[in-house]
Design a protein around this ligand. Structure first.
Ligand code: ATR
Length: 275
C-alpha cells in the first residue's frame, strides 16, 4: 500500500512536517508521500476541505490557524481533541474522518525520551510557565501521564486558574522566580524568546536548583536564551524541536499502526533546522 498524507494550515511553506514524515516512512519501510496543502485566508475553507475529501488521503495534519475550524468537518472526535477543543491530526478510516490531538502526548513523550528517569518520579515538582493553548495541552498531557505535582505560573494568573485541576497551584511569574529552587522540572510554554526576540527570557533562572531539567518549547532559535541560562547554571536542558518529532510520531502511528524508530532523528532535525 502507498500512503498519502498532507498538512493543512497557513502559512506552511517552511513546515518541517514533510521532512519528518518522510523520515518516518523510510524508517518504517513504508511507501508513501506527505504534501503541503496550504489554505490561504482568501480561499473558501469548506471547498478546499471537500477537495481533500475527494483526494482520498489516509490522514492529514492540521496546523495554525485551522486546528479549531476543522472540528466541524470531522465525523468523530477523540476524547483528547474534544477536551482541548483543537485537532492537529485527522485519520481517514473507511471514508470517515476522525480528529485527534497528538500535541499533549507528543510533548510528554519527547521529555520522557530525553529523561526516562522522570517516569519513576511522578510526584516530582513541575513548574509550567505560561497559560496559553500550548500550556493547556502540556498540562493535560502531564496529568494524563500521571504527574501529580504541577504548578502553573503566568503573567495573568486568572488564565492559569482556568487550566489547573484539583491539587495543583497557580503562582505569579515573580513568585516562580523567587521559589524556583522548589521545582525539579521547569517548562517554558510561551513564545517569549522566539526569534526575533532572542534575548528575552520569561523569568530569571538565578534561583534554579542545579539538578533541574529546563525545557523550552520555542525552537527558533534552538538554544533559546532561557536554555542558555539554564545550562550556564548547571541544569539539564530539553529542546523544543523534539516536541515536533514526537507529536508527529504519534500521528504517524495513528495513520499506519507502526511506530517509527527515533534514533538520532532529533539531531538530524536539528541540523535541518540550523540549515
Ligand atoms: P499559545 O497558544 O502559543 O500558547 P497564547 O494562547 O496566546 O499562545 O498564550 C500565550 C502565553 O504566553 C500566555 O501564557 C501569555 O501570558 P498571558 O496569559 O498573561 O497573556 C504568555 N506571554 C506572552 N507574552 C508574554 C510576555 N512578554 N511575558 C510573559 N508572558 C507572556
Amino acid at each position: 500500500m502507498t500512503y498519502s498524507f498532507a498538512l493543512i494550515g497557513y502559512p506552511i511553506t517552511h513546515s518541517m512536517s514533510p521532512w519528518i514524515h518522510e523520515q518516518f516512512l523510510r524508517r518504517a519501510q513504508l511507501d508513501g508521500s506527505y504534501r503541503l496543502e496550504e489554505i490561504t485566508p482568501e480561499q473558501n475553507f469548506s471547498e478546499r476541505i471537500s477537495e481533500l475529501r475527494a483526494n482520498e488521503l489516509d490522514g492529514f495534519n492540521v496546523t495554525v490557524p485551522y486546528k479549531e475550524k476543522i472540528i466541524e468537518f470531522v465525523d468523530e472526535l477523540d476524547e483528547q481533541a474534544k477536551k482541548i477543543g483543537a485537532v492537529n491530526t485527522v485519520v481517514a478510516e473507511n471514508g470517515k474522518w476522525i480528529g485527534y490531538n497528538t500535541d499533549e502526548i507528543g510533548y510528554v513523550r519527547a521529555l520522557e525520551s530525553d529523561y526516562p528517569e522522570i517516569k519513576r518520579k511522578k510526584n516530582t515538582p513541575i513548574l509550567l510557565l505560561g497559560a496559553g493553548g500550548a500550556a493547556k495541552g502540556i498540562y493535560n498531557g502531564l496529568k494524563r501521564a500521571g504527574y501529580t505535582n504541577v504548578t502553573i505560573a503566568n503573567r495573568t494568573t486568572e488564565r492559569a486558574k482556568q487550566i489547573i485541576t484539583a491539587n495543583d497551584f497557580v503562582i505569579t511569574l515573580a513568585e516562580a522566580e523567587r521559589e524556583l529552587a522548589q521545582f525539579s522540572i521547569i517548562i517554558q510554554t510561551t513564545s517569549v524568546g522566539m526569534r526575533p526576540h532572542d534575548t528575552d527570557t520569561i523569568i530569571s533562572l538565578k534561583n534554579i536548583m542545579k539538578e533541574a531539567i529546563v525545557s523550552d518549547i520555542v525552537y527558533q532559535p534552538l538554544k533559546t536564551k532561557f536554555l542558555q541560562e539554564a545550562e550556564k547554571r548547571g541544569a539539564a536542558i530539553h529542546f523544543g524541536h523534539t516536541m515536533l518529532l514526537y507529536q508527529a510520531q504519534y500521528a504517524f502511528e495513528l495513520w499506519t499502526n507502526k511506530q517509527p524508530p527515533m534514533e538520532h532523528l532529533a539531531d538530524q532535525l536539528r541540523q535541518e533546522l540550523e540549515g
